[in-house]
Each structure stands twice: as C-alpha cells, then as structure tokens.
Design a protein around this ligand. Sequence first.
Ligand SMILES: *Cc1c(COP(=O)(O)O)cnc(C)c1O
Length: 406
Amino acid sequence: MTTEQRVERNLFDEVMVPCYSPMAEIPVRGSGARVWDQHDREYVDFAGGIAVSCLGHCHPIMVNALKEQADKLWHLSNVLTNEPALRLAKKLTELCFADKVFFANSGAEANEAALKLARRYAVDKFGTEKDQIIAFHQGFHGRTFFTVTVGGQEAYSDGFGPKPQAVTHIPYNDLSALAEIMSEKTCAVMMEPLQGEGGLVSPSVEFVQGVRELCDKHQALLIFDEVQTGNGRTGDFYAYQGLGVTPDILTTAKSLGGGFPIGAMLTTTELAAHLKVGTHGSTYGGNPLACAVAEAVIDEVSKPEVLAGVKQREQWFREGLTAINAKYPIFAEIRGKGLLLGASLTDEWQGRARDILVQAGKEGLMMLVAGTNVVRFTPSLVIEKADIDEGMARLERAIATLYNAE
Ligand SMILES: *Cc1c(COP(=O)(O)O)cnc(C)c1O
C-alpha cells in the first residue's frame, strides 16, 4: 500500500497552469451519482463530469473491465492492433451508420481527425479550391487550434496568432444564411446536433434536414460533432438517430469512455479510404485499456432499457425544475434533450448562472452552467430517482437562498 499525502487546493495555484479556476473542494471518491470530498462532505452529482460519467462514478461494469484489461495488456502502439479496439470498433459500426472507426483520446482529437479527413477528401476528389469549412456561432468543437477555429467562440480562438484558413461561421438554425454562403467551394459543414456549451440549443427539424440537402447539393460533407450528445445522452444512442438526418462523419468522446479518456471518428468506407497509411495517427488512440472500458460502457448504454431510462429521467428532471420554478420563478425555459438539459434564466436573473452553481455547491449539489445565463444538467444516464429527488431538494434550497436575498 502507498501512503498518500493530503494536498490542498492552494497547491493548484502554486503548480498548475492557471487556465482553470477549480472550486475549493477536492473530491476524493465517488459512487453512482454521489461524490465525497476530502472532508467527507457528500454531493449529489448532476454534472457527470461534464456529460462524461454516463454510468455514474465507479460503476462495477467499468471497474471490472478496467481491472481485467489492466492485468492483460496496457499499450502496444498502432504498429500492432489489439482485441479491445477491434471489438469496440465493430460494435460502434453496428450501432450507427458508420463502417469505419478512427480512435483518438478526446473530443478535440476526434474532431481534428474529422476536419482533416474532410479536407483530404476534398483535395483528393475535387482539388485544393474546395476548402471552405462552415460552422456555427456558439458552437464548440474542442481546444486544438483547428477545432477552436471551427468552434464559434472568439474568446477561445483569438489571441494565438494566425488561424487555420477558410473557416466561416453563421448563426445556428439559420438555413437561409447557410444557403447564401454555400457553394462548390464548401468542403464541409460541421455542427453539433444540439449545441451543448453554446447553451443547450436544439436544431429545428427543417434546419438539420435543410443542412443535409444543401450539403448534398454542393457535394460538401456533413460532420456531426456528437462528443457531448452521443452515447445515449439524448435518449438515442446517437442524437442524429432522433433527427432523421445522417451525417457523413460523426465524432464521439465524453460518455464513450464513461470517464476513461477516449474519442472516435466514425465514417463511411468511401470516405475512410482517403486517410491512407501515414496520413493521420495517434500514439494512444485505440489503446487497449481505453477501448476495453469503452466497450463495457457502450454494451450497457446501448441497451434499450437504458436508453428508455434516459427519456424517463428527462421527464423527472423537467418535473423537478418546473416545480422549483413554480415557487421561485427564475427559469425562462427548460430546454435540451434527454439528460443534456439546460434551464435558461429570466431577464431579472441574467448573468446569475454561476451564482446558482456556487450556491448549489454549498448545499451539496454538483451541477454545470453553459455560458452565464443557462444552468446545465448532464448527470449519469442511470442516476436513481432518489438521487434526482435529493439533488432537486438541494437545488431548491440553493435557489431559495438566492431568491430570498433579492
Ligand atoms: C467537450 C466537447 C468537445 C471537446 O472534447 P475534449 O475531450 O475536451 O477535447 C468537442 N465538441 C463538443 C460538442 C464538446 O461538448
């Protein structure tokens, strides 16, 4: 046994790059939808590690998969393939439109692969003129320089010098803006099939279908970034399956590993052929440990009863939030789908999302925000009813405190 030395939050400021500003509490263990900090204070987790911990904390299915693989083989490199990666890829292709899989370690890397594939395909098939990538304001696709440039938030992309070229942004849900700027020069349209970081904005059916039609018309690829929406989060295994539109490339990460870092880019045989040997790669992508855990996660999450359970839990969340709002009217709208939900704040409460998050923390509830005007909930997909009820009670106390202080 190792003896671990207790460290405190102040060490963060001493030794960590200051690109984050974590809370004072340091969680040390979790089980299901509950987490405990260093002082043994317990929290209900409505955040799920930002839509990652889809089976809650330390689910036995994940722990067993990790332990079993840990005793067999950790790493090989892509000079060799491995059984967990092949099994996981096969299952992913059975769960969606895709025929081929590229493994990465994160959402940003999956998106980087998608964008590079789209550009490579266009160069191979149509020439270098077809380079335009269209994406949407408030979109989020990760933090590498290409993905941050395609993401529609200048706060994340500016201040690093020259950006990758030929990336254009238009408003989400605005089909005529898209029709106007698309041409034979358009290489790809990249979008989230429900904007997560951008404030839980759902696309209209006409919009997504129109995007698909415009892509077909201009021979442009449609890339769905399902890093946050994927793996059961919206109640479908992938969100596109509930929209009646199929992309050419789909990226997935977050819930895919249930907490173990893994990402994947999924596509068709025809497109995949353009990433020939040597054109792209990753040292850790397709690592046996990550793939073994992800295989266990998707086996569980893809069960019809788990996906149906997401829709049931969405109902419980909506009811809970509506009941709180009836007593303390601070929410303008409850939006999102499945367990990717947001409550936008009324005019009087604009800018207060973080205040609610901080007060909820004091009541023993972990939750999220999306921007300054939306509180966000992305809990475990198998969170128990009792945990939802307890979390809602804590949220109500937090909101009551803020409301009564007005
Ligand atoms: C979180 C997220 C990403 C980035 O994923 P990382 O694993 O942080 O690189 C990309 N796209 C969307 C839609 C996300 O929500």
